[in-house]
Design a protein around this ligand. Structure first.
Ligand code: OAD
Length: 254
């Protein structure tokens, strides 16, 4: 349970900040109906992720990998951003300096209105040529029995989802931009991540070390929530609107 004092302390930190870093994981989209990775009913349950979300799986059977991603993309298309996404979109317009670093590939932050954003693990709205690296939009749906694997318009190579797969390195520039911002943020709001992936988790702790007030919004406990200045325990779709309303009402002077 989140108590009033914690909510008010977090609201005050948000209200005083000039530079805000927001870091999100699958939990922010849970209330939009997208299962988290590691929770009950998780996206990976029933699948061996390493069979599907790896360069090796794609090389062995691109059609299988594509069928799975087309299915996921269609599911995401039926989901809408929730009030938690809406708050993060409003935050972008409220700060002098703002960056959202998300681990999610579902595109819901973009649909909610965020633009100052690093999609650390890519996005299911884009594809990339596995040969020449050219980026393209997600392909149109296909009929039953059609080849699910799109081809590159330039070199005829196999397109792949523009998503970071297991065993792959982060793209140059993405992590760097977020880490750089972590040095200047004076508040870091973490929402809905289990902190199991080291790079984003380190980013939050680095921001805190560099002086940011660290807020974690998560119904469960994680490595980040143990270190956070405030852990707001509950669902983001309920807590973020309450927190943001208080931040807007909170006095800005120290
Ligand atoms: P996880 O599934 O590991 O963690 C989701 C977190 O969201 C958990 O800590 C939950 O307690 C929390 N949560 C659940 N419902 C929530 C709600 N309504 N509001 C707030 N929090 C809630 O997802 P991630 O941490 O995002 O990487 O996983 C990180 C990465 O692991 C993914 O991006 C993916 C996977 O490997 C790649 O695919 C490269």
């Amino acid at each position: 349970m989140t108590d009033e004092t914690d909510l008010n302390r977090a609201a005050r930190a948000l209200s005083r900040a000039r530079a805000a870093l927001v870091l999100t994981g699958a939990g922010i989209s849970a209330e939009s109906g997208i299962p988290t990775f590691r929770g009950a009913g998780g996206l990976w349950e029933g699948f061996r992720a390493e069979e599907l979300a790896t360069p090796q799986a794609f090389a062995a059977d691109p059609a299988r990998v594509w069928r799975w991603y087309r299915w996921r993309q269609a599911q995401y298309g039926e989901c809408e951003p929730n009030p938690g996404h809406a708050v993060i979109a409003q935050m972008e317009g409220a700060y002098e300096r703002f960056l959202l670093a998300t681990q999610n590939v579902d595109g819901l932050h973009h649909r909610a209105g965020n633009r100052e954003m690093v999609e650390l693990h890519g996005t299911i709205t884009r594809t990339r040529c596995s040969r020449c690296q050219r980026l393209a939009d997600w392909p149109e749906p296909i009929e039953e029995g059609e080849d699910p694997v799109p081809r590159c318009g330039s070199c005829e190579g196999l397109m792949r989802p523009h998503i970071l797969w297991f065993g792959e390195r982060y793209w140059t520039g993405t992590l760097e931009r977020a880490y750089e911002f972590a040095h200047e943020a004076d508040v870091c709001l973490v929402v809905g991540t289990s902190a199991q992936v080291w790079a984003p988790a380190q980013m939050a702790l680095l921001a805190q070390q560099q002086g940011a007030f660290l807020i974690d919004v998560n119904p469960g406990a994680t490595d980040i929530s143990f270190s956070a200045d405030v852990h707001l325990m509950g669902p983001a779709g309920e807590l973020l609107p309450e927190l943001w309303e208080r931040a807007k009402r909170s006095p800005q002077d120290p």
